[in-house]
Design a protein around this ligand. Sequence first.
Ligand code: UDP
Length: 239
Amino acid sequence: MSQYKYKRVLLKLSGEALAGDQGFGIDPKVVREITEQIGEIAKDDIEIAIVIGGGNFFRGLAGSSEGMDRAQADYIGMLATVMNALALQDAFEQSGIYSRVQSAINMQEVAEPYIRRRADRHLQKGRVVILAAGTGNPYMTTDTTAALRACELEVDCLMKATKVDGVYDKDPKKFDDAQRFDHISYLEVINRQLHVMDTTATSLCMDNNIPMIVFNLGVKGNIKRALQGEDVGTVITAE
Ligand code: UDP
C-alpha cells in the first residue's frame, strides 16, 4: 500500500474504452482487461470510484445534430452509461472484486441511487463504486460528472483514461511534431484549449485543487504505475 502516492481515486473511463477495436458497443474481453487492471489496485486497498461514459452507444450532441431534442438525446446518452456500468460490474464480479453501481437516474432494479454518503461508505469498505447516468442532468458530460464526483467524494486525484500517453500541445495523431507535457497547469489547459476534459470539468478540478492525471489506458499496468507516481502521462495541477 505504502508505495502508492494516492489513496482514493476517481477514474474516468470513456464509453469507447469498453468498445475495443470495434468502436461501438461492449467488447467483454476488453472490459475484463480493464477490470483486471483496476482489480489489482483495489486489492492493494486503493479506494476507486469510476465514472463511465456512454459514447460507445450514444452521445446527446450527435443526436441533436440529427434533429433530436437535445435534452431527450442527452437522457439517451445517460442511459447508455448505465449499460456500460453493468458490464463493468459483471466483469468485476467475475474476477472476485466487490463493486456497486450507483445511478444518478433512479432505476432500483439494476442500480442503487447515487447517494454520496453511501458511495463514501462503499469506498471505505473496499468496494469499487461505478457511477452511472452522469450527473442525471442533460447538457452535461461524463467528464464534468467525473470532476463533480471527484470533489464530492474528496478523492486524491482524478485519472482520465485516454488512448494517448498524456496531454499534447496539438493532436499527436495528426502532427508529428506534437509535444507532450509531463506536467501542465489547469489554467494552461483551459487557455490553450487543449481539450483534455471539457472546460467545466477542468475548472471544477482547478477550483477544488484536485490533481488530474491523463494517461494511456491501452498500456497494461498504467493505472497502477500512475498511482505510484511514475511518469506515465501528464499531471495537471495548479502550478
Ligand atoms: N450526459 C448527460 N449528462 C451527464 C452526463 C452525460 O446528458 O451528466 C449524456 C450526454 O448526452 C453525453 C452522453 O450522456 O453525450 C454520454 O456521455 P459522454 O459523451 O460524456 O461519454 P464518453 O464520451 O465519456 O463515452
